[in-house]
Design a protein around this ligand. Structure first.
Ligand SMILES: C[S@@+](CC[C@H](N)C(=O)[O-])C[C@H]1O[C@@H](n2cnc3c(N)ncnc32)[C@H](O)[C@@H]1O
Length: 328
């Protein structure tokens, strides 16, 4: 059984760090959990106590419209359907494929034609850069008829592109790729979106529809062990960009170093642009360049590898789901 005091602390922290000012509903619900011993006892019996998992399990059963709005509503639902919620929490782990991050990554892309390799690609939706529409303040580019409209607040001298670069080749790699044609996997992906964020849900549904019509290839494999084989397939005539978002944070420091060493080695055969969009502690080479206070929490970095040598730039701070981008 998990420690109730730890659960209260984790839920309060999640509410303050991840939800305040971003999801009023989940802010309210996380604080309600932290103040309710009955709910805390229920969560304490789960193998994973993560707030996202608890709320996604509920939303899977209720849909976004049926998600409780108050602590007492949450308590009543757990009393009525606790067995089903526990079943979901025991059998699933949270999964995210956040297309909003494309609005943050796009200004960091070099000009095309590009060959894109995304590690930790999930369903591969962030590989579909060129099928979305982008709004950074008054600047707009991309396909206005796309079902995916990404809106991102910008600050600082963001080098906004006048068009989406041409993508001639794209592949993803993930330990457990999501098949966008699997209805159950899609339902779970949607349940992991905060229930009071209909726009985020709509754009995810739009990206899934695009991917279902023409799925990006995402291979099953590890970002260190299986990347060399994928890089060997990249066509020569395009500029190679390897990127990831919210991925290296899940692997050990040694594996992050092995990943960077692998890119350096591969750059002896061709130049590589590496884009990373990760929490601040993940890549020390970027963290040392970051300003001390960072409300946005992710660091967008670009490392150019040529013939084994690397040149690092910290480009921007970004909101974890791509809602804001502050260029440095
Ligand atoms: C939080 S999701 C982010 C997905 C996507 N990058 C995005 O921004 O929406 C993290 C993904 O990284 C994958 N992942 C974690 N460790 C990995 C590894 N060692 N090799 C490949 N993929 C990995 C997970 O399976 C998961 O799909």
């Amino acid at each position: 059984m998990n420690d109730p005091a730890d659960i209260k602390r984790r839920y309060r922290q999640f509410g303050e760090m991840e939800c305040r000012g971003y999801s009023d509903l989940y802010y309210e619900l996380t604080l309600a959990v932290a103040g309710d011993d009955g709910l805390v006892d229920f969560i304490a019996q789960m193998p994973v106590i993560q707030p996202n998992l608890f709320f996604a399990a509920i939303q899977l059963l209720t849909g976004p419209a049926g998600m409780p709005r108050t602590g007492s509503g949450l308590r009543a639902l757990v009393e009525q359907r606790g067995g089903e919620i526990a079943g979901v929490m025991r059998s699933r782990r949270t999964q995210t494929n956040e297309v909003g991050r494309c609005a943050v990554l796009l200004p960091a892309l070099p000009s095309g034609p590009l060959a894109l390799v995304e590690v930790g690609a999930s369903a591969g939706l962030c590989l579909l850069f060129d099928r979305f529409h982008y709004e950074w303040g008054a600047a707009r580019i991309g396909d206005a008829a796309s079902p995916v409209h990404l809106r991102c607040k910008v600050a600082g001298p963001v080098p906004l592109p006048s068009a989406v670069p041409q993508v001639v080749w794209r592949r993803g790699l993930d330990l457990s790729p999501i098949d966008v044609r699997n209805d159950d996997a899609v339902r779970w992906l949607l349940a992991c979106v905060y229930a009071d964020q209909p726009e985020r849900r709509r754009r995810l549904e739009g990206a899934i529809a695009l991917a279902r019509a023409d799925p990006p290839a995402v291979a099953s494999g590890d970002l260190v062990d299986d990347l060399p084989a994928m890089l060997a397939d990249v066509p020569d005539e395009a500029r190679l960009v390897v990127f990831h978002s919210a991925v290296l944070t899940y692997v050990s420091r040694e594996r992050r170093q092995a990943f960077a060493a692998l890119l350096a080695d591969a750059s002896k055969r061709r130049d590589i642009v590496w884009l990373s969009n990760e929490p601040p502690g993940v890549l020390p080479e970027l963290a040392v360049m970051a300003p001390p206070a960072n409300d946005l929490r992710y660091l967008l970095g670009r490392t150019c590898f040529t013939n084994g040598r690397r040149q690092d730039e910290l480009l921007a701070l970004s909101h974890p789901h791509g809602a804001e981008l502050a260029w440095l």
